[in-house]
Design a protein around this ligand. Sequence first.
Ligand SMILES: Nc1ncnc2c1ncn2[C@@H]1O[C@H](COP(=O)(O)OP(=O)(O)OP(=O)(O)O)[C@@H](O)[C@H]1O
Ligand SMILES: [Mg+2]
Length: 338
Amino acid sequence: MSDEVRRVTPESDAELAFEGALRPQSLGEFVGQHKVRRQLQLLLEAAALQSRTPDHILLAGPPGLGKTTLAMIVAHEGQRPLRMTSGPAIQHAGDLAAVLSSLVPGEVLFIDEIHRMARSAEEMLYLAMEDFRVDIMVGKGAGATSIPLELAPFTLVGATTRAGLLPNPLRDRFGFTAHLEFYEPEELHQVLVRAARLLTLAIDDDALGEIARRSRGTPRIANRLLRRVRDYALVHGGAADRTAVRAALELYDVDEQGLDRLDRAVLSAVVERFDGGPVGLSTLAVSVGEEAETIEAVVEPFLVRSGLLSRTPRGRVATVRAWQHLGLAPRTTVGDDL
Ligand SMILES: Nc1ncnc2c1ncn2[C@@H]1O[C@H](COP(=O)(O)OP(=O)(O)OP(=O)(O)O)[C@@H](O)[C@H]1O
Ligand SMILES: [Mg+2]
């Protein structure tokens, strides 16, 4: 089934294990994102020189671009312990208090999907980030009191695919926000060369280039397609070459530009059902049977970056390239000029 390839998030334990094996451990091994790497390097080095915990870091960007990897690198580079949790696991302020109060000095606390944390926990986090302190509420009603609790100094690393959903007071408390961008094909090529080496896969360079070009600018997808091409070559007894890449990607519904089935479904809905748009996000989501959040955080960023879709105040509009990509003649009224 092509569903595994279509999804941008890791889907199985096998994939998680595979990702673990391929994760770069240091900033030096981390491919691409040059600006972010230099920014992080500076922040970490300055903290090390002063023997203090680095400032809190927010990592923002679409899935599979390296947020979790960077959080691990921050801990690893500073030789600090790492505690990992996620927004959905923090349903109450008490859940967060339990985590915070058990941190050891200098620990890196990684909160994935931080935009999904409970509101009450968010407020507790403001104080914790600023003063390394929390106020624990004891009792209820008129007799309720708050007891201040000192915390060990820690570095919060938050990750989000939806930076826009974070309340300003939370966003402002991060010393640095890294906006991860989609990778260039040459960068994904490097990711793949490294992965093929670690997996001791014999695959020619041409084939890696083709995978890189069709991986949606996303290392996770590049690594995943590499595995599917390996499977293809294994089963068909041939070389892992460009022909195998073409055949495997066709089988898994990845097109020439790296668009997957959902990308194409969204694009053809805008073009064919809504005559090129503008169409609102929720209408679009219903028409392809997906969550609006998935469309917004996963599908659109890549379509926009590929010049196939634009977001306007009135809704989503397909560009001329989108029509062409679907093999259709662009409509000649509004929208052409986009
Ligand atoms: N810059 C990079 N260089 C090499 N490999 C990378 C890089 N970024 C990501 N990867 C690989 O891609 C995979 C996915 O990365 P990661 O889990 O860090 O993404 P993420 O941004 O946390 O995604 P999500 O939003 O779904 O949690 C990892 O297995 C990692 O090996
Ligand atoms: Mg992650």
